[in-house]
Write a protein that binds this ligand. Structure first.
Ligand code: ATP
Length: 211
């Protein structure tokens, strides 16, 4: 079954016209590579609904999503940084993925605690992000994404600010957790060699087209 289907999806900021045709199966793990300015982030933003295409069709999990709002799409997105709210604790930052007003019942509290445990943050639930390392902050963001329970996870260079060894650990954790839930992954990376043998496919974008 196809999880992401883009048909002649056209978009243009100013001068560079982009067009994306892409099919990704349910549970597939795909890396996106390409030069700076090629259109990698734009592709993710179109799928997430942060940008709306000029023409073409976008199907996600079997439904048309040409103009739906980001929160209505079966998609979570993890950015390179600034994924956590500085005034909220780790617990609250993760819980935000479940309920934006942070009013949780007992079962939801358990789900947050399980998500925190899955990313190794059980000891840090009452901390604020200022007291966390870069890798820990991305773990918070990853736990929140997974808790949202969306079938598609988009990641825009999620671990590139981390040192190589930590990046490898985070990638392994990401792949383990997303395999458990059969989540479809689409991840922009500048280090595709680190993913060899771990993901299904690498696609390359050049000047707004998948080549
Ligand atoms: N908000 C914007 N307004 C105008 N043009 C933009 C905007 N965002 C991106 N662009 C242009 O769209 C094109 C694609 O940009 P995009 O950010 O998708 O590339 P990228 O492959 O993600 O690059 P990088 O690796 O540097 O993040 C570039 O020509 C860029 O200058």
């Amino acid at each position: 079954m196809k999880m992401i289907e883009l048909k002649k999806l056209k978009f243009q900021y100013k001068t560079m016209p982009m067009q994306f045709d892409l099919h990704i199966a349910k549970g597939e793990k795909v890396a996106i590579v390409g030069a700076s300015g090629a259109g990698k982030s734009t592709l993710l933003n179109l799928i997430a609904g942060f940008e709306i295409a000029n023409s073409g069709d976008i199907y996600l999990n079997g439904e048309k999503h040409n103009t739906t709002e980001p929160y209505q799409r079966p998609v979570s997105m993890l950015f390179q940084e600034n994924n956590v709210f500085p005034h909220l604790t780790v617990f609250q930052n993760i819980a935000f993925g479940l309920k934006a007003n942070l009013k949780l019942n007992n079962q939801q509290v358990q789900l947050v605690e399980q998500a925190a445990s899955a990313v190794g943050l059980s000891e840090f639930l009452q901390r604020k992000p200022t007291a966390l390392s870069g890798g820990q902050k991305q773990r918070v963001a990853l736990a929140r994404c997974l808790l949202r329970d969306k079938p598609i996870l988009l990641l825009d260079e999620p671990f590139s600010a981390l040192d190589p060894q930590l990046r490898q650990e985070m990638l392994d954790l990401l792949l383990k957790l997303s395999n458990e839930k059969n989540i479809t992954l689409l991840m922009v990376t500048h280090q595709p060699n680190e993913l060899v043998g771990k993901i299904d496919r690498v696609i390359k974008i050049e000047n707004g087209f998948i080549v």
